[in-house]
Design a protein around this ligand. Structure first.
Ligand code: ADP
Length: 637
């Protein structure tokens, strides 16, 4: 058929106009789109060669080739894939075929106003008009001997003619690159290093080799083979620009640990080997592969606002975006790696990720996979798990208040320090050590382990032979507030005012003694209550204390002192809470207090109040006054 000049469908022209005038800043994505088209064409050829015995696949290597020409300002992208016949070219490149372009058109006005939206839609082949003012496409369908030459400047029309293609089946796309003003900061797509960088970024894991002839300088040698000083010659190498190693698509059984480690270092930019590698493929409703890593150390900026996290998202080997936070819950923000989905479109954007149902299904599947992986590690690989826990346990724990559906699983993954164990214990292990008389699981939160171990709150509990879990992470206040009952046993802070420490007889005996003591100390307690009334709600006798004369206790609904401090540190307004002060009637200080004049008792009360603050790890409001009072008291004796 002769050369024809045809008009683009109106909608296509609309898209082309948007492309031609686009101010989109990542024009480079055109290369990703064209390389992906080439890769698809090679896939289709491979598939047809298998199912169609009419023609044979040539022995030639399946590949994609880039040829830049900086003199002519052209870039050619070529594949030896399935190619297209005349009707296919007209249908695929002249009309609106696929849903992505329809959505694009529906949003044309928005895109005009905000060019960055182009990245959200991407329109495959047409995106090349962002960088080219003329495009030639020369293609030949496999099994046919007729080539098709298509050409357009994107201005309403295109020409199409029959021209055999020297290389046989495949497609050659030549972009006549636009001249951009320097301030537009568009890269020069005829530069080898620019193309190498873009292939590495977007298309490194494309299955087929992406080839380019690369000029390299080599020192010139004389007849005897000696290198001449300062003389170089150009040597042309045919290079493969992509690594092609989409490790995540290989069978885990065939991958060596070294390969995983190297891959991790390459893609996650870490110097050290990962602590753990989690690799799996999901089939069924959602098809995707994931290759995830737990780093062996915290990234230096892990606790800062700037810390970027999330997996890298690929769609069929093509890089889509880094730091896709939507793929994991925040308590897994230490996990690095990639997810490759076959179901998502190349054009997914962050905005789409946030609402996409497939994405939330992937996230759910990833979460449950990681949790069950950690469960196995805890069981089978305790030492490594403890190393992991020390580094990222505080982050994982956030899932207990944060992820209702996985809360109980995460609770079982927690490791704790305790009064009976030098190392770590799980809640199940704690329960297995509980004496029969013990009804509750006890814990104490604070800033340092040593401080907690010496806390007056745990003396009576330890004396019973009961174990106390010691917690020092900031998040523990939130975590323990919602921790589920375990094996029918409540988790109880040792500062609670209603500990169930004693048997019925013991309780009875203690109550009787308290009643007696109450009479004896009635005057003292009411005097103390009066002296401390601005800060304390009640002063009462305690049966829990041993070596300390006083302590604070908290009611079930009250915020712990540490929680109050943390809320304050975060700039939250915390209502002043008055708490209960318990005094130890068997302590010599309290007995002595009964014998001194009332005027002195007030000073003692103030000092004891401040000691109670220190005992629970709270700062005292006026340390100078406290130390003066103490000095006065000491000089008296
Ligand atoms: P998409 O790739 O998302 O379908 P494009 O606009 O990039 O959208 O391409 C439209 C169609 O043109 C493709 O679906 C394919 O059928 C055809 N096509 C594009 N590039 C090639 C190529 N290099 N070889 C064969 N067919 C191609």
């Amino acid at each position: 058929m002769a050369k024809e000049t045809l008009s683009f469908q109106a909608e296509v022209q609309q898209i082309l106009d948007l492309m031609i005038h686009s101010l989109y800043s990542h024009k480079e994505i055109f290369l990703r789109e064209l390389i992906s088209n080439g890769s698809d064409a090679l896939d289709k050829l491979r598939f047809e060669a298998k199912t169609n015995s009419q023609w044979k696949l040539s022995d030639e290597e399946s590949s994609i080739r880039l040829t830049p020409n900086s003199d002519k300002k052209t870039l050619t992208i070529e594949d030896n894939g399935i190619g297209m016949n005349r009707e296919e070219v007209q249908k695929n490149i002249g009309t609106i075929a696929h849903s992505g372009t329809k959505a694009f058109l529906e949003n044309a006005q928005k895109i005009k106003e905000n060019p960055e939206l182009i990245g959200q839609f991407g329109v495959g082949f047409y995106s090349a008009f962002m960088v080219a003012d003329k495009i030639t496409l020369h293609t030949q369908r496999a099994g046919s001997s007729e080539g098709v030459l298509w050409e357009s400047t994107g201005n309403g029309e295109y020409t199409i003619s029959d021209v055999p293609r020297a290389g046989g089946h495949g497609t050659t796309i030549t972009l006549h690159l636009k001249e951009f003003a320097a301030e537009e900061e568009v890269q020069d797509f005829t530069q080898e290093w620019v193309l190498k960088g873009l292939v590495k970024k977007y298309s490194d894991f494309i299955e087929y080799p992406i080839r380019m002839q690369v000029t390299r300088q080599e020192p010139v040698r004389d007849e005897e083979g000696k290198v001449k000083d300062n003389e170089y010659q150009d040597v042309i190498d045919d290079q493969i620009l992509n690594s092609r190693k989409a490790l995540w698509l290989q069978n885990p059984k065939e991958i060596k640990e070294d390969e995983y480690n190297q891959f991790y270092k390459d893609i996650c930019h870490d110097w050290t080997d990962p602590l753990k590698t989690i690799h799996f493929r999901a089939e069924g409703m959602q098809e995707f592969s994931a290759l995830m890593f737990i780093p062996s150390q915290k990234p230096f900026d892990f606790n800062s606002q700037e810390h970027k996290w999330g997996l890298s998202l690929y769609v069929k080997r093509v890089f889509i975006m880094d730091n896709a936070e939507e793929l994991l819950p925040t308590y897994f923000r230490f996990i690095k790696g990639i997810v490759d989905s076959s179901d998502l479109s190349l054009n997914v954007s962050r905005e789409i990720l946030q609402q996409d149902r497939q994405v939330s299904a992937i996230r759910k599947a990833l979460t449950s996979k990681i949790l069950s992986y950690l469960k196995d590690e805890l069981k089978d690989n305790r030492e490594a798990y403890e190393k992991f826990w020390k580094t990222f346990g505080a982050t994982l724990k956030e899932g207990i208040p944060g992820d209702h559906s996985n809360k109980e699983k995460i609770e079982k993954l927690c490791l704790f320090r305790s009064t009976k164990q030098d190392g770590f214990t799980t809640i199940e292990e704690y329960i297995s050590r509980m004496p029969e008389t013990q009804k509750e699981i006890y814990f104490l939160t604070g800033d340092h382990i040593d401080q907690l171990k010496n806390s007056p709150y745990i003396e009576a509990i330890e004396e019973k032979g009961y174990e106390v879990i010691l917690l020092t992470d900031a998040v523990d206040e939130w975590v323990m507030g919602v921790f589920s009952d375990q094996d029918g046993k409540k988790l109880k802070s040792v500062t609670a005012n209603d500990l169930e420490l004693d048997s019925e007889e013991e309780k009875k005996a203690k109550e009787d003694k308290l009643k007696e003591d109450e009479k004896k100390y009635e005057k003292l307690t009411s005097m103390m209550q009066k002296a401390l009334e601005t800060n304390v709600s009640t002063v009462k006798l305690s049966s829990r204390l041993k070596s300390a004369p006083v302590c604070f206790v908290a009611g079930e609904q009250e915020m712990s002192a540490r929680m109050e401090r943390m809320m304050e540190a975060m700039g939250q307004k915390v209502p002043v809470s008055k708490r209960t002060l318990e005094i130890n009637p068997d302590h010599p200080v309290i007995e002595k207090m009964m014998q001194i004049p009332e005027s002195e008792q007030e000073t003692w009360a103030e000092i004891l109040y401040n000691q109670a603050l220190l005992n629970e790890g709270s700062p005292i409001k006026d340390p100078v006054r406290f130390s003066q009072k103490l000095t006065q008291l000491m000089s008296k004796n």
